[in-house]
Design a binder for this molecule. Structure first.
Ligand code: T3D
Length: 262
């Protein structure tokens, strides 16, 4: 069993809850290891068709646990790149390459890597009390966990640059208005709404959704022409899924489809 996260699978949904509420769910070494393991389970368990990530307590995630870092003047200079390579990049790659929808329910403040883990998810929901802080600049660091990729794409360069250099707190409602996240909810409604969305997505054509994810992610680096070719290739794959057949058959017979995620 895990200690720093909670992990359960129900009705095709893997619910992963960050669980170090006393330090706003910041990441220490053990939590990183548990996260790696849980994400591997999500990837390999054929039952799972949607991942929902959220946090316990009043925060979503405050990024790296800074109490794990020795900044004593006598200590050797750290190599943070090693931590990124071992801990953060594999986690972010695992989330963004998962062949299923990933929802993030941001229950409270999301700072540093915590903010960017949320932004790497496919659909971001947030409590109206939540906020996003690119806190890195305040301790001399660079946004990581994909933030320098996701932020400019979600918001454009001017907002991405100012948020990253100022480290200002962006309220969830402002993030929603700016289109950085999908939707905000009253705090007490967030988890139910997120779970309902996750359960719905877990009944949908998982392969098709995974191909949508690939197409939209790839669009950031493709020309229009390249993207048309990619759409052709992905549609070829989508058209060969059982769920496509089921979707068309259900439509023609005026009945509800029963997708199997295959
Ligand atoms: O090192 C590497 O591996 C490189 C990778 C880096 C990735 C990163 O994420 S770097 C950025 C690290 N994160 C931060 O700089 C954010 C630090 N936290 C904050 O700025 C604030 O806590 C918040 C703005 C997020 C929330 O503020 P507030 O006033 O609501 O809460 P608080 O009182 O600051 O925090 C509550 C407790 O959580 C407090 O502990 P205490 O006093 O009750 O015992 C605080 O120390 C603790 N906490 C919050 N964030 C962290 C943390 N403890 C350790 N590490 C944290 N990141």
């Amino acid at each position: 069993a895990y200690e720093n996260i909670q992990f359960e699978i129900t009705e095709g949904v893997a619910l992963l809850t960050l669980n170090r509420p006393d330090s706003l769910n910041s990441f220490n070494t053990d939590m990183h290891a548990e996260m790696r393991d849980a994400l591997k389970q999500v990837k390999t368990n054929a039952e799972v068709r949607c991942l929902l990530i959220t946090g316990n307590g009043r925060g979503f995630c405050a990024g790296q646990d800074l109490s794990d870092r020795n900044v004593d003047p006598d200590a050797e200079m750290p190599n943070l790149g090693q931590s990124i390579e071992k801990n953060y990049n594999p986690m972010l790659r695992a989330i963004s390459s998962l062949e299923m929808p990933v929802i993030c329910a941001v229950n409270g403040v999301a700072a540093g890597a915590g903010a960017n883990i949320a932004l790497a998810c496919d659909i971001v929901l947030a409590s109206k009390k939540a906020s996003f802080i690119q806190a890195f600049c305040k301790i001399g660091l660079v946004p990581d966990s994909g933030g320098t990729w996701t932020l400019p794409r979600a918001l454009g360069t001017p907002r991405a640059m100012a948020l990253s250099m100022l480290g200002d707190k962006l309220s969830a409602e402002q993030a929603e208005q700016w289109g950085m996240i999908w939707k905000t909810y009253e705090p007490e409604e967030l988890k139910d709404a997120a779970l309902a969305m996750a359960k719905h997505l877990a009944t949908q054509p998982t392969k098709g959704l995974a191909l949508i994810k690939r197409a939209i992610q790839a669009s950031a680096d493709n020309s229009f022409d390249e993207q048309l070719d990619l759409e052709r290739d992905l549609q070829t794959l989508a058209g060969r899924t059982e769920d496509y057949r089921e979707g068309v058959a259900a439509f023609m017979n005026k009945r509800q489809p029963e997708f199997k995620g295959k």
